[in-house]
Design a protein around this ligand. Structure first.
Ligand code: NAD
Length: 315
């Protein structure tokens, strides 16, 4: 299958996504990387292209919007990265302005692409793109809490001493501090996460999960990485490449991604992450699985927080 993928923004995140896609034989046949920093994007493309001898043929170019024509997937990572100590929200207007500048240029040449929004604050950026782009909603996916969910799975897997694939637990809400874990739908190998210790108590040295600490771990993960190395890009790139593979698969999958709400859990007109069916046709629907009243309240509070920000920005 030939898949043309354009990545806008060749910074740490965009370049790592390009590299990961370029090294994976199944993801992309053509990759276009666009950035206002022409030298940087050329350097990134040279560096990635010179390693492609070791995979199936792939075209990778440092391009302009014309080169993105008829892309199947467009990934937006342009913007300013969060600095140590800076909140995602403080970045909002700057990154929205960048988005407003690039949107008409890319949508003119790739009206049928599926758009994966990664730039932060990702829920706001996804909402703004949905409102200004003229692109059908089903083609717009914010990476949302797919990264937070991956961090949660890693944390739970380390704690439970079982493979991440055997854990089904999710982070809902804003990609940020108001996100939460709906523990009522979390399971390990088909067993409620609360009952799991009882099953393994005779064989595994296991302490109960401190749920608050686990949520704290998810909330602080990005900041902890940024504090040490200045940016986060490997885990987010792995998450985005997983999204690409879901969007090019032959059937739908569920993932916690940010898409426009239409009354699910009493929430509308905001992009936020809950379980969402996505696949080759883009966004199929939100999967409104039953949550406890307390979890629904947390989701509504997260949505209200995002709406408060949307009300303060110009878009
Ligand atoms: N959603 C997530 O889970 C997640 C995780 C990590 C980072 N991010 C976000 O991804 C974005 C990129 O992060 P990064 O670490 O790669 O930042 P970075 O500063 O390394 O790269 C950003 C790139 O965008 C480019 N750019 C700026 N304006 C542009 C424009 N108008 N057109 C084209 N390119 C433009 C810059 O030249 C730069 O190369 C940030 O908003 C960051 O907060 C999101």
């Amino acid at each position: 299958m030939s898949t043309k993928i354009t990545i806008i923004g060749a910074g740490s995140v965009g370049s790592t996504i390009a590299y990961t896609l370029a090294m994976d034989n199944d993801s992309a046949s053509e990759i276009v990387l666009i950035d206002i920093n022409k030298e940087k994007v050329l350097g990134e493309v040279m560096d990635i292209a010179q390693g492609t001898f070791f995979r199936n043929p792939v075209s990778i170019v440092a391009g302009d919007y014309a080169d993105a024509k008829d892309s199947d997937i467009v990934i937006i990572t342009s913007g300013i990265a969060r600095k140590p100590g800076q909140t995602r929200i403080e970045l909002t207007q700057t990154n929205v302005n960048i988005l407003k500048q690039i949107t008409p240029q890319i949508t003119a040449v790739a009206p049928n692409a599926k758009y994966v929004i990664v730039s932060n604050p990702v829920d706001i950026m996804t909402y703004v793109f949905t409102k200004i782009s003229g692109i059908p909603e089903k083609q717009i996916i914010g990476s949302g809490t797919i990264l937070d969910t991956a961090r949660l799975r890693y944390g739970l897997s380390e704690h439970c001493k079982i493979a991440q694939k055997n854990i089904h637990a999710y982070v809902y809400g804003e990609h940020g501090d108001s996100s939460f874990v709906p523990w009522s739908i979390a399971d390990v190998a088909g067993t409620s996460i609360d009952n799991y210790p009882e099953l393994v108590k005779d064989t595994v040295d296991y302490t109960p999960i401190d749920k608050d600490a686990m949520v704290e771990y998810v909330h602080t993960s990005g900041g902890e990485v940024i504090k040490r190395k200045g940016a986060t890009f490997y885990a987010v790139s792995a998450s985005v490449c997983q999204l690409v593979s879901l969007l090019t698969a032959s059937s739908d999958s569920v993932a916690t991604v940010s898409t426009l709400m239409h009354g699910e859990y009493g929430i509308e007109d905001v992009c936020i992450s809950t379980l969402t069916m996505i696949g080759p046709d883009g966004v199929r629907c939100k999967l409104p699985v039953q949550l406890t009243d307390e979890e629904v309240e947390k989701l509504r509070a997260s949505a209200d927080l995002l709406k408060g920000i949307i009300a303060q920005i110009e878009h």
